[in-house]
Design a protein around this ligand. Structure first.
Ligand SMILES: Nc1nc2c(c(=O)[nH]1)N[C@H]1C(S)=C(S)[C@@H](COP(=O)(O)OP(=O)(O)OC[C@H]3O[C@@H](n4cnc5c(N)ncnc54)[C@H](O)[C@@H]3O)O[C@H]1N2
Ligand code: MOO
Length: 417
């Protein structure tokens, strides 16, 4: 059975082909830690220090010898303290206790910590008493965090190819790293085309619309750590587009555009790229985003996103951003969107042949279960649908109908942006 529209490439095939063709940018830069958020790590980070570096206390309280507890009744002398950064020097004498703070080193000889809430102490905390039931409940190694229990020396704490999140940067900082080897940001030139477009801030001519797509593109690109050159709004003129592409291709890794890739007379991007370089792909079996153009001018990748505002975002998030992340060396798990099965809270009918994404929201139904509802229009001109949505519902190429209660695939937008 033919399920894919003839002449169209599926998104997954297009991604496999594009991933193989674009290659990975080899330049790696050593960047200060606090500039690494969202960057692609390009060298493994191997633990030089164990975390924690020594056995330490998980709680504020008193460190004791477990073997002493059975015979402990009445007052117990507190013979010193171990505070974070100020460990107790020496060994805990038998039958005594040491005041200890969370994170402070466990003194020699001590092998359990009893929290201070379960202990009564005199005013200057030199003598404590512990109730029998507390002693009975105490276990060996209680409230002790073992050296290396979080990270052992020599383990790979971050693998090359990871897109760095706050917790990743934090673990590198915990290893004392001041810098990380990350991918050089791709330089991406961006412009919109269309004579009907006006620049936000300028007056709107009759019948005109403001250029919103450029900001969607710039936002997506900045989110994945690209260095963006904004070339603004270009008119539908062969020579204007020719010169802009020719110049930008010499100084950028990628040029990303919106509009002018369909079949109308003013859709000039294709002929211009054809003349300056080559077109590798055009037209995917996806909705929205069908006329998505990929080409090359010299070594510069050209990505012509379709002009409809939802198409820019959907094709951008599902095709362009994964491809650019791959070029920066992100591993596959970091480039494919998160997909999760959910119940449909809507009915939907359509022709088959293209993979389609409906704008969706997760809501709780009367039974408390989560289900996805779909925006009331599938028009790719309605930008408000993307603002309304918290995710996309993916309708496979061969699926012609969804009814309430069916299992569908939900892609959270947060996982894509
Ligand atoms: N005869 C056919 N017509 C169209 C086809 C087709 O296969 N045959 N495909 C349709 C599909 S699907 C899409 S998507 C669009 C893509 O067209 P273009 O990439 O050439 O985009 P434009 O025609 O320039 O614009 C489409 C639409 O989007 C608005 N737009 C464009 N740029 C912006 C911008 N920067 N900010 C906000 N809005 C923008 C523009 O005004 C149009 O309404 O082609 C279909 N046609
Ligand atoms: O492929 Mo278009 O994006 O459906 O409007």
């Amino acid at each position: 059975m033919q399920t894919i529209k003839p002449g169209l490439t599926t998104l997954s095939d297009a991604l496999v082909i594009a991933f193989a063709e674009v290659g990975i940018v080899q330049d790696v830069e050593q960047r200060p830690l606090d500039d690494c958020f969202g960057a692609v790590l390009r060298r493994d980070v191997i633990a030089k220090v164990a975390v924690p570096s020594v056995d330490n206390s998980a709680m504020d309280g008193y460190a004791l010898r477990f073997a002493d507890l059975a015979n402990m009744t009445g007052a117990i002398d507190v013979v010193g303290s171990s505070m974070a950064g100020h460990p107790f020097e020496g060994t805990l004498p038998k039958g005594k206790a040491i005041r200890i703070a969370t994170g402070a080193a466990i003194p020699n000889g001590a092998d359990c910590v009893i929290i201070q809430e379960n202990v009564s102490a005199n005013e200057n905390e030199t003598i404590i008493e512990i109730r029998d039931d507390v002693i009975a409940r105490t276990q060996l190694a209680q409230n002790i965090r073992r050296a290396g229990e979080d990270i052992k020396q020599g383990t790979v704490v971050l693998s090359s190819g990871r897109v760095l999140r706050p917790q990743d940067i934090a673990i590198a900082a915990g290893q004392g790293r001041g810098t990380l080897a990350v991918a050089r940001p791709l330089s991406v030139a961006v412009f919109s085309t269309g004579d009907e477009l006006a620049k936000p801030g300028d007056p709107l001519p009759p019948g005109g619309i403001y250029d919103s797509n450029r900001f969607a593109m710039i936002g997506m690109l900045r989110n994945i750590g690209c260095k963006v050159t904004d070339l603004g709004l270009l008119t539908d003129d062969f020579d204007v587009l020719h010169d802009a592409l020719d110049n930008a291709a010499k100084t950028h890794d990628v040029i990303m555009t919106s509009g002018g890739v369909s079949v109308g007379r003013a859709d000039l991007l294709k002929p211009v790229v054809d003349q300056l370089g080559e077109i590798h792909a055009w037209k995917l079996a996806i909705k929205p985003g069908k006329p998505l153009m990929r080409g090359k001018i010299g070594s510069c990748l050209i990505l012509g996103l379709p002009g409809n505002p939802v198409s820019v975002l959907v094709a951008g998030l599902l095709f362009a951003m994964p491809l650019l992340r791959h070029m920066m060396g992100a591993d596959r798990a970091q480039t494919v969107p998160v997909r999760m099965p959910v119940r449909a809270g809507f009915d939907f009918k359509r022709g088959t042949g293209r993979r389609e994404w409906l704008r969706a929201r997760l809501v709780q139904n009367e039974d408390g279960a989560f289900e996805a509802i779909a925006f009331n229009s599938t028009s790719s001109g309605m930008l408000s649908s993307m603002v309304w949505a918290d995710g996309l519902i993916e309708i496979p190429e061969d699926c012609g109908q969804v009814v309430v209660g069916d299992e569908v695939v939900y892609l959270p937008l947060r996982g894509l942006q």
